[in-house]
Ligand binder design. Structure first.
Ligand code: FAD
Length: 289
């Protein structure tokens, strides 16, 4: 699991579409700082069922029009019709978008497992649809879960379902965040043993706020190791100490992943430049690798 020496791993940053003009300005400032790091792309999340459709589209088109960094919209199939998805994908294609993150999306609360409200139930069906309609126009990223998807009935089935996304035409995967590098290494080894060779880029969640992190982690099944949880709990409202500790922990994680051959890193930036920049600088990524 080692990348070729002198090949710079692919780094990317994820944003959510801002809700108001202040958020839009904040994101523009964060983006300007992160652009200076010369990432491969900026991705923009999409609320399941199209709840952020217009805001995602607006943010993506703004990034595309700046021309500095390629935009990669997330697109989720849950609760969207084929016609709506086709329309959105066509708009992206017509604006020069070449990369997508294709997802099922999170089920609205109260909806049963697999009980999608749209025409597609799983991300693999969306990937197949995109390939059928647009051929190889888009590079398609899909989601991967080193600690397994929270709805998965067992680990092997989750991997089989992941294989379906790859078979449907996914080019690469981005993982859910995790803090245990062994989970990633074991996942990649298992995927390789199953004959899949697509790049699997670790998703990195900087740590800045314990309450928010605990809430996200409960929802998405990402484990916060006890030593991290205990330290964060002890800091209470001391956000400066949380930040320093978070940067130290996540830098160590990223270094270990790159040393183990991860093909890049995808930062869940939460629309903030500071934590990702600090980790980036600690890793010496400003230098050509
Ligand atoms: P799938 O790959 O379809 O899998 C979902 C579940 O169904 C898994 O448990 C899988 O094992 C199971 N499954 C798959 N196929 C089958 C089958 N044929 N039969 C039975 N079971 C099956 N959510 C958003 O709403 N918007 C976003 O922008 C967004 N961005 C994300 C970005 C990344 C990098 C990641 C990792 C996640 C993101 N999510 C986003 C969250 C994601 O939508 C949720 O985790 C969602 O619950 C699953 O999406 P998926 O694409 O992995 O689904």
């Amino acid at each position: 699991m080692n990348h070729t020496p002198n090949t710079r791993p692919a780094f990317s940053f994820e944003f959510f579409p801002p809700k108001n003009p202040e958020g839009t300005e904040r994101l523009r400032r964060a983006r300007a700082r992160l652009t200076a790091l010369d990432p491969a792309y900026f991705s923009v999340t999409f609320g399941a069922g199209g709840s952020t459709r217009d805001r995602t589209l607006e943010t993506v088109l703004e990034i595309q029009s700046e021309g500095a960094v390629a935009a990669a919209p997330h697109i989720s199939c849950i609760s969207s019709s084929r016609a709506q998805l086709l329309d959105l994908l066509t708009t992206y294609r017509d604006h020069g978008v070449r990369r997508l993150v294709a997802l099922r999306g999170d089920l609205p609360s109260g909806t049963g497992v697999g009980g999608g409200l749209g025409e597609f139930r799983y991300a693999a069906e969306l990937v197949a649809f995109i390939r059928e309609q647009f051929g190889d126009h888009f590079t398609i990223e899909v989601a991967a879960y080193p600690e397994f998807h929270p709805e998965a009935t067992n680990a092997e089935k989750d991997l089989e379902h992941f294989r379906k996304k790859v078979a449907a035409g996914a080019d690469a995967a981005i993982t859910q965040y995790f803090y245990n590098p062994d989970a990633y290494v074991a996942f990649v080894d298992r995927v390789r043993a199953m004959g899949m060779d697509i790049p699997i880029v670790p998703g990195i969640m900087p740590i800045t706020n314990y309450t928010q992190l605990a809430r996200f982690s409960d929802a998405c099944g990402a484990e916060i190791p006890r030593y991290i949880r205990k330290r964060l709990e002890a800091y209470g409202d001391d956000s400066a100490s949380i930040r320093v500790f978070g940067i130290e922990v996540v830098t160590r994680l990223c270094q270990r992943l790159l040393d183990d051959g991860a093909p890049g890193l995808h930062f869940y930036s939460m629309n903030q430049a500071g934590p990702s920049e600090a980790i980036w600088n600690n890793l010496g990524l400003a230098q050509p690798r």
